[in-house]
Design a protein around this ligand. Structure first.
Ligand SMILES: *[C@@H]1O[C@H](CO)[C@@H](O)[C@H](O)[C@H]1NC(C)=O
Ligand SMILES: *[C@@H]1O[C@H](CO)[C@@H](O)[C@H](O)[C@H]1NC(C)=O
Ligand SMILES: *[C@@H]1O[C@H](CO)[C@@H](O)[C@H](O)[C@H]1NC(C)=O
Ligand SMILES: *[C@@H]1O[C@H](CO)[C@@H](O)[C@H](O)[C@H]1NC(C)=O
Ligand SMILES: *[C@@H]1O[C@H](CO)[C@@H](O)[C@H](O)[C@H]1NC(C)=O
Ligand SMILES: *[C@@H]1O[C@H](CO)[C@@H](O)[C@H](O)[C@H]1NC(C)=O
Ligand SMILES: *[C@@H]1O[C@H](CO)[C@@H](O)[C@H](O)[C@H]1NC(C)=O
Ligand SMILES: *[C@@H]1O[C@H](CO)[C@@H](O)[C@H](O)[C@H]1NC(C)=O
Length: 903
């Protein structure tokens, strides 16, 4: 007996000394202490055996053998294993595993001592899974740069539907899954000759959801990946949205702040920000006193606007923070902005040829991209110099952040990786030093993936491209510049959210549009041309597209401020609408952080974590009205309710009204206006503290204990209510009378519900939600003509004929008729007559210069001075070329809002 017991005890002893376990509430990982490899992990009660888990490093192109385990050191959250390498350089390789609370992934890093500063060529890591069959694998490519991959997903056929993801915390990892999907191998190229600590390699775990974003990405895969990024922000995630304007997108380089006229113009931009609650503005004007365009050294000739216009002098060390005073032209605008609580944000290009006497030979290299020499982001000396410059500059100017651009990795003697890593280090250290800075990222950041965006305290490149309308396509025909940019932006933000695993923290907005940059001859007009360009009727579509798809980063483009009339004549209620939606985001941070597109139409759901309350933003980019069908289930991040009850579906934009009661899994159909955003709220009420009117706009209240009054009821002219109109009482009590807009109505009562017996009829001429002209007779109502006249009275810009002809989105009082055609050709000869009198057919372009025919929006008629009589038919005759089936979308009146009347 004694001897058997002894053997058992001895075995346990061996197991204990030979293994070590890291564990938290989700995961535990067993290591074999005799070879330093993972032997198994356990997630959601499923244990997986792992084998051959190791890392190798290549130096000077040759893999070196570092397999001799010397020792290990462990604490509660980490363990590291030190191996000696077998060549003559006496190097060591250390693998460091970390598992922190809340992590559903293990982090592995590799440290290589590199005592003789040899060139580390690449790093590879691998592991094999033994007892799970991996029946499905996806390797997710970076859609912005197909030479890069984001991650691998490995899925089991277990009932518990578990999966594993792997990713390097840099954009350069390349992944392979082999041996019947059981082995993952991943590596990246390094090209650095210092002692080296790798970015983390994450092995993460998740349980598949019933729902898939694409064939390759499950809901819970996206969540698991995004959640992993959230633990590595250098500064805490914000609890408020960023409200920023990009002066650049108001073409502020055309404003010269060395002139009084330019100063006034810039002050108006700042005033507009202050008025709307926008806290910062990318500041990139001209300043003839300080810099000049012909001294610029970047390929695009913008250097003169960098660093608040000090860029050229800073590069040449002619101006240094702390050493030299801030020029008066800049100081006066810094002071003015401070007075208005708006922070200026300079534009900065990192790789230009920054000089620093005695030091810069370490980083300058010849390159035509910076006229003569560029600075290498791979240089440690440059990284340190540049970080200090950025800190000093921020401190002496009290700026709100930086707007980066032009951070291309031009140094061909160093790997892109080593330059990326330098740039990542600079941004991280900058944030640690000055955590309040926000970072606006313009072109090129979109190539670098989610691990690059966590160091921004801001957002990646808007539109995933350049921003001027010459550069992006017209995805859906429209006469509104803001709608065209919003459609393109939403497509990019869907890609960021799903295919790049971007947190909402990193997804950029693009509110409005930038005016075109080029003249017809291809030159950049660098003059203050004072262009009026605000798209009054397209703006709300753009704003709400941004609230839904990038609600944490409300980044404005052109502000109506440079032009005096656009500045002063913008109506107060328009400003109120705008600023109240900006504020709305701060009250709904949780919903925004959970925001996802959920169907092929790219509608977005903004649901709270409870899965019960939230918002749906539905988009119809077509001119035709559409009926959208949606199933209310987990695809929308809705959760089956814990308690019995119904959701109340409420439209909150454009009208405010409760629509109907809905249940989990129910399929609903919603009629969407042409080219519209409609916002719905989903509320799961447990009790009602007041009576609620459902099915129609308006308010309901008790006139006395038994009498209900309904006021303020409006509906669309020429319609009749189809769904029942009812009132939900806070408690059951008998009602004797119901009055609607003062008129007594018949009703039935069923417990808490008061159901109006008769449908409501709204008089007048029916206008489809898309304002579609359904036959060739154009008939408008007096209310429609009044709507246009009222708009001109409220927004009385003294439009010039030329500016209206140049830009179809100006002159919102105009009655336009859009001939909506997919892929229109501006060479067609289209003619039109109204009542047998020829009328001009205009061509609309998204750029005034027409240098790119792909920016052709389509043909339209201006009926403002033709269709002037209400309720009189105007006969339209159109001569059009033969079109492909489906190409002609219809004729639509433009600049019309829903016409609401009392029943
Ligand atoms: C690495 O390669 C370079 C160039 O190929 C060579 O000059 C150098 O001596 C090599 N270093 C070592 C440590 O092998
Ligand atoms: C290895 O772990 C020990 C103890 O946890 C720690 O002090 C040491 O810094 C680690 N080494 C590396 C290279 O991470
Ligand atoms: C290796 O590089 C580091 C950092 O540049 C330097 O501090 C160290 O002296 C170098 N070591 C050798 C042996 O050259
Ligand atoms: C997995 O490991 C357990 C104990 O750690 C062992 O009993 C089992 O045989 C292993 N399975 C495989 C397939 O290696
Ligand atoms: C895995 O696949 C093998 C061979 O196809 C099969 O024999 C085994 O039962 C499978 N195991 C599980 C857990 O599905
Ligand atoms: C491995 O994954 C691929 C891709 O998902 C799949 O088609 C294949 O059937 C899997 N192989 C096995 C052995 O399950
Ligand atoms: C690359 O290095 C070589 C040799 O040191 C040098 O002659 C060349 O100018 C460098 N090129 C660049 C782009 O730095
Ligand atoms: C929802 O509907 C699907 C079928 O569309 C059904 O399989 C599922 O059980 C339903 N879920 C609930 C919670 O009712």
């Amino acid at each position: 007996m004694f001897s058997i017991n002894f053997v058992v005890l001895f075995t346990i002893f061996i197991l204990q000394i030979n293994s070590y376990e890291l564990s938290n509430e989700f995961l535990n990982v067993q290591f074999n202490l005799s070879d330093g490899q993972i032997v198994s992990w356990n997630y959601k009660l499923q244990s997986t055996n792992v084998t051959n888990e190791k890392s190798t490093i290549a130096v000077n192109g040759t893999t070196i053998d570092c397999s001799k385990l010397l020792n290990y050191q462990q604490d509660v959250q980490s363990i590291n294993f030190t191996y000696s390498c077998s060549d003559q350089f006496d190097d060591q390789l250390i693998t460091i595993y970390t598992l922190r609370p809340q992590w559903e992934f293990l982090n592995k890093q590799i440290y290589f001592t590199n005592k003789y500063n040899r060139t580390i060529t690449s790093l590879q890591t691998t592991f094999s899974i033994l007892n799970w069959n991996i029946t499905s694998v996806s390797i997710i490519e970076n859609q912005q740069d197909s030479s890069k991959q984001h991650t691998t997903f490995l899925r089991t056929n277990l009932n518990s539907a578990l999966g594993i993801f792997t990713t390097w915390q840099n954009p350069f990892g390349s992944y392979a899954v082999t041996s019947n999907n059981q082995t993952v191998t991943s590596s990246y190229n390094i090209g650095m000759n210092v002692p080296y600590l790798s970015e983390g390699f994450l092995i993460g775990f998740y349980q598949l959801s019933l729902y898939w974003h694409t064939n390759e990405i499950n809901y819970n895969e996206r969540i698991a990946y995004e959640k992993a990024t959230s633990f590595f922000y250098p500064v805490a995630q914000r609890q408020q949205s960023i409200k920023h304007a990009v002066g650049w997108d108001s073409n502020d380089y055309q404003i010269d702040i060395s002139t009084p006229h330019g100063v006034d113009e810039y002050k108006r931009l700042i005033d507009r920000c202050a008025q709307l609650g926008i806290n910062s503005i990318t500041f990139a004007p001209s300043n003839a006193n300080v810099s000049s365009r012909d001294r610029s050294t970047d390929d695009w000739n913008w250097e003169s606007v960098l660093f608040l216009t000090l860029g050229q002098q800073i590069r040449l060390e002619q101006w240094k923070p702390y050493r030299d005073p801030i020029p008066a032209t800049i100081e006066q605008l810094l002071d003015y902005a401070a007075l208005k609580n708006v922070k200026l944000v300079p534009y900065v290009y990192p790789p230009l040829g920054y000089r620093a006497a005695g030091k810069d030979q370490a980083w300058l290299f010849p390159s035509p991209h910076c006229r003569t020499v560029c600075a290498s982001l791979a240089s440690i000396e440059f990284q340190q110099y540049f970080l200090q410059l950025l800190i000093d500059f921020a401190q002496v100017t009290d700026i709100g952040g930086y707007a980066w651009d032009y951070n291309f990795f031009y140094d061909s003697n160093h790997t892109a990786y080593s330059q990326w890593r330098g740039w990542q280090w600079i941004r991280t250290e900058l944030l640690l030093a000055l955590p309040h800075l926000i970072m606006d990222h313009r072109y090129s950041s979109q190539f670098d993936g989610p691990w690059s965006w966590i160091t921004l305290n801001g957002y990646t490149s808007p539109l995933l491209s350049d921003e001027n309308p010459e550069t992006y396509p017209i995805l859906y025909p429209s006469l509104h510049s803001d709608k065209i940019s919003a459609d393109f932006m939403r497509q990019g933000n869907v890609e960021l959210r799903i295919k790049h695993f971007a947190a909402m923290d990193a997804i950029p907005g693009f509110i409005g549009h930038q005016s075109e940059r080029f003249a017809a001859d291809g030159s950049v007009p660098w003059v203050d041309n004072n262009l009026r360009d605000f798209d009054y009727m397209g703006f709300s579509y753009s704003l709400l597209s941004n609230i839904a798809t990038s609600g944490l980063n409300l980044i404005h483009t052109l502000l109506p401020a440079r032009d005096v009339e656009e500045f002063y004549l913008l109506p107060a209620d328009f400003i109120q609408f705008w600023s109240s939606w900006l504020k709305w985001t701060d009250e709904h941070i949780e919903e925004i952080r959970n925001a996802i597109p959920f169907n092929t139409e790219q509608d977005w759901s903004l649901m709270r974590c409870n899965g019960h309350d939230g918002f749906l933003f539905l988009f119809n980019p077509n001119y035709k009205q559409v009926t959208r069908t949606i199933q209310l289930d987990g695809k929308l991040n809705l959760r089956y309710p814990d308690q019995q009850g119904y959701w109340l579906l409420k439209e909150i934009y454009p009208q405010e009204r409760y629509l109907q009661l809905v249940e989990y899994n129910q399929t609903i159909s919603l009629l969407l206006d042409g080219q519209s955003v409609t916002v719905y709220e989903l509320i799961f009420p447990s009790t009602f503290d007041q009576a609620i009117l459902v099915g129609i706009s308006g308010q309901v209240y008790f006139a006395n204990e038994y009498t209900l009054m309904i006021d303020g009821v409006y509906g669309e002219a020429g319609t009749e209510t189809e769904q029942s109109v009812f009132i939900i009482l806070p408690s059951i009590k008998s009602i004797t009378n119901v009055y609607l807009n003062g008129i007594e109505k018949r009703f039935e009562q069923d417990r808490q519900f008061i159901l109006l017996t008769d449908s409501l009829i709204f008089p007048g001429l029916y206008l489809p939600r898309s304002a579609e002209v359904l036959n060739s007779s154009i008939l408008v109502s007096d209310l429609l003509l009044e709507q246009l006249a009222r708009r001109q009275a409220q927004y009385p810009l003294p439009w010039q004929e030329k500016e209206l002809n140049d830009a179809s989105w100006l002159g919102p009082h105009r009655l336009l008729l859009f001939i909506c055609i997919l892929n229109p050709n501006d060479q067609w000869n289209i003619t039109a007559e109204i009542n047998h009198t020829p009328i001009q057919v205009h061509k609309g372009y998204n750029t005034r210069d027409h240098i790119d025919r792909d920016r052709f929006m389509g043909y339209y008629l201006d009926l403002t001075r033709v269709v002037t009589q209400a309720n009189v038919g105007y006969e339209l005759t159109l001569n059009m070329p033969t079109l492909n089936p489906g190409q002609f979308q219809g004729l639509f009146l433009e600049n019309i809002e829903r016409i609401l009347v009392r029943p």
